[in-house]
Design a binder for this molecule. Structure first.
Ligand code: PLP
Length: 412
């Protein structure tokens, strides 16, 4: 597949044609929570489990294939994130990897050091560093949102990130507001003072091609299940950290890097699904090697997602009882939208709406989505969140607004 044929794309997802008991087809607006899984990924996982299930180090066919699979998965992750295989660490999810890596980094902290986290981040990249810093007796500083409550307040970088800063933790895209902050600017400030940078690319990696090496971050995290893969966390880390830091690991487990960071037995079926996912994604693009095809795939998919963003923002703007948080423009954002129901008194409880939609098999989120800093800054406890991915159609966006109108009408 080189052109983006949405009907063909959607035909690859069994979940999109699986109705609920009442016969309602699903409307997945919860993309930022995790994507549905295309057939090639499902097939690869079933094939591995059904025919080649093994542990590492086996000499027979299944064992040899499993060893090869790990190498293939590292190569796929390297292509996906713009790193080398030696940079790639796998784990059950990004949060677990963040806690593991941050503890090993914190073993090098001294009293008087500080870490800087951001108000735009999912709390995986906040709590992991906060807890590590607290245990080491270090200060935790917070890079706030700007006056609009949309992007980071870059003006604060100079005073918050100083000679005693050991780590700056920042997101590459907000899973709540969709904001894509200027990560390069944060990395540049960290480099001036010799601080490490931990980039949470879990949401960003669904919508843009990352380049770990060019970004010059120390740690970068992504989760395959957000893109339609299995539950699998991936960290790209500088090789010097993976060999220089001391992992919390079982003594007889390998000391070879990067495998020394992978505690216990990995989910090899997830690795099989992940390799298939990266190959699936690359097929949307064209070009020489897989990394080049992935780059062009992201462009093709971005063009589609931009049309969905335009449509969503236009429809939302026509409804004064829906208040958007975050950028009201197509640029500088992902197709993820935080909003709330409002009336003359302010923000209204939206739980009735999400339940009503849920009964019609529409998955719309309501919560803080672990982006606590941003939610607090917005002065609310919860937001509604709709997020699109490559298989979302314009018809689905229209159907969503028609349902919201129907619910509003029934409320009056
Ligand atoms: C931006 C962001 N960071 C981190 C995470 C946590 O990732 P995982 O579920 O792989 O631990 C999520 C999950 O929702 C996320 O959206």
């Amino acid at each position: 597949m080189t052109a983006f044929d949405l009907d063909a794309v959607r035909a690859d997802f069994p979940a999109l044609t699986t109705p609920d008991a009442a016969g309602n087809l699903p409307l997945f607006l919860d993309g930022p929570g995790g994507g549905q899984v295309p057939r090639p990924v499902l097939d690869a996982m079933v094939e591995y489990l059904g025919h080649y299930n093994s542990n590492l180090g086996g000499f027979a066919d299944a064992g040899r294939r499993t060893t090869q699979l790990v190498a293939d998965a590292r190569a796929a992750a390297a292509d996906w994130l713009g790193a080398a295989s030696e940079n790639i660490v796998f784990g059950p999810n990004s949060t677990t990897l963040m806690f593991n890596l941050s503890r090993a980094v914190a073993a090098t902290f001294a009293p008087g050091d500080n870490v800087v986290v951001s108000d735009l981040d999912h709390f995986s990249n906040v709590s992991s560093w906060r807890r590590a810093a607290e245990d080491a007796g270090c200060e935790v500083r917070v890079l706030p949102l700007d006056a609009d409550g949309i992007d980071l307040d870059y003006g604060r970088l100079a005073d918050l990130v100083d000679e005693s800063t050991r780590v700056v933790a920042v997101t590459a895209a907000s899973n709540l507001l969709g904001t894509r902050p200027d990560v390069a600017r944060v990395v540049a400030r960290a480099r001036e003072v010799g601080a490490l940078v931990s980039v949470d690319a879990v949401h960003a990696a669904v919508h843009e091609q990352l380049n770990f090496e060019a970004l010059d971050a120390d740690f970068l995290y992504a989760s395959a299940y957000k893109l339609g893969g299995p539950h699998l966390g991936i960290c790209a880390a500088k090789a010097e950290h993976l060999s220089g830091l001391r992992p919390y690991k079982v003594e007889p487990a390998t000391e070879e890097s990067p495998a020394r960071w992978e505690q216990g037995t990995q989910s090899f079926e997830a690795l099989a699904g992940f390799v298939a996912l990266v190959d699936y994604w690359a097929e949307f693009g064209s070009g020489g090697d897989r990394r080049a095809r992935l780059a062009s795939a992201y462009e093709v998919i971005d063009a589609h997602e931009r049309t969905l963003t335009e449509l969503f923002l236009a429809e939302l703007a026509r409804r004064p009882d829906l208040r958007l948080y975050g950028r009201a423009s197509v640029d500088g954002r992902t197709p993820t939208f935080a909003f709330n129901l409002t009336d003359a008194d302010g923000v209204r409880d939206a739980s009735g709406l999400v339940r009503w939609l849920g009964e019609r098999n529409v998955a719309l989120g309501l919560g803080n989505f672990y982006a606590l800093g941003a939610v607090r800054r917005l002065g609310v406890e919860t937001v509604l969140r709709a997020g699109f991915v490559h298989y979302t159609s314009a018809d689905e966006v229209r159907r969503f607004f028609a349902l919201v109108d129907e619910w509003s009408g029934s409320e009056r």
